[in-house]
Design a protein around this ligand. Structure first.
Ligand code: SF4
Length: 226
């Protein structure tokens, strides 16, 4: 598998924020979100080739049960089920971080962390914008992920104006547990995070959705591999 980086840190986002975790970042993502903070993971050509055994051994150098498979977009990698299976056999708790654009059944994944992309993520460049608009949201795929995995739904919020689109997306998905929905400030730097957090906190109070912090941004700003 093409791996960008494997590192030990704290989970920064979602309901497991603050939990020490090993991150496995896979290469490749078909989307081109405007504010993506891992653009270095977009290309499938990026990173280093690892066998699944090598990945499991690299993960095991830290005495840590929690593993986060992230990207890029891990769900477009056909070797993902085997990796998840081997990590599970090694006793790990597995989170998969995905934009929810592809479905793979029957993986022993403990938490599917789904971050559906909204209009605020569309890139400026017209050609990329067209591709992005076509593939960023697939309700059938999102529904299958929600119905078949333990999940959290994290929406990245740039401004209050994003709320109607979030509500519309949730309404169009049957069976969403509102207690598993989180709103997270769009912020690549500590300064942006601190500026947008009060606005997102107010939206959370109004809607009842949970606030997702970005602990890694707060602690380490925009440093890579932290
Ligand atoms: S889906 Fe994630 S990795 Fe892919 S471009 Fe968007 S933010 Fe970046």
């Amino acid at each position: 598998m093409k791996i960008i980086e494997i590192f030990y840190s704290l989970q920064g986002e979602g309901f497991l924020a603050g939990v020490p975790s090993v991150f496995v970042r896979l290469a490749g993502c078909p989307l081109r979100c405007r504010w993506c903070d891992t653009k270095y993971a977009w290309s499938k050509e990026a990173g280093r080739l690892y066998s699944i055994d090598q990945i499991v051994r690299a993960v095991q150098q830290w005495p840590c049960r929690f593993v986060v498979i992230t990207g890029g977009e891990p769900m477009v990698d056909s070797d993902l089920p085997q990796l998840v299976g081997e990590l599970k056999a090694a006793g790990k708790h597995i989170t998969i971080e995905t934009a929810g654009i592809a479905y793979i059944p029957d993986m022993p994944c403990d938490l599917m962390s789904i971050s559906p992309k909204l209009s605020n993520s569309v890139p400026d460049e017209p050609k990329l914008a067209a591709i992005h608009k076509d593939s960023k949201l697939d309700l059938a795929v999102l529904g299958a992920l929600i119905d078949n995995y333990n999940y959290q739904l994290k929406f990245v919020v740039d401004s209050e104006a994003d709320l109607p689109e979030i509500e519309e997306t949730i309404k169009n998905l049957a069976n969403v547990d509102r207690e598993k929905v989180m709103l997270m400030p769009q912020a690549a730097t500590r300064q942006e995070l601190l500026a947008k957090s009060p606005m997102v906190a107010e939206l959370c109070k109004r809607t009842g959705y949970a606030f997702s912090q970005r602990l890694h941004v707060l602690l380490w700003n925009n440093q890579k591999g932290r």
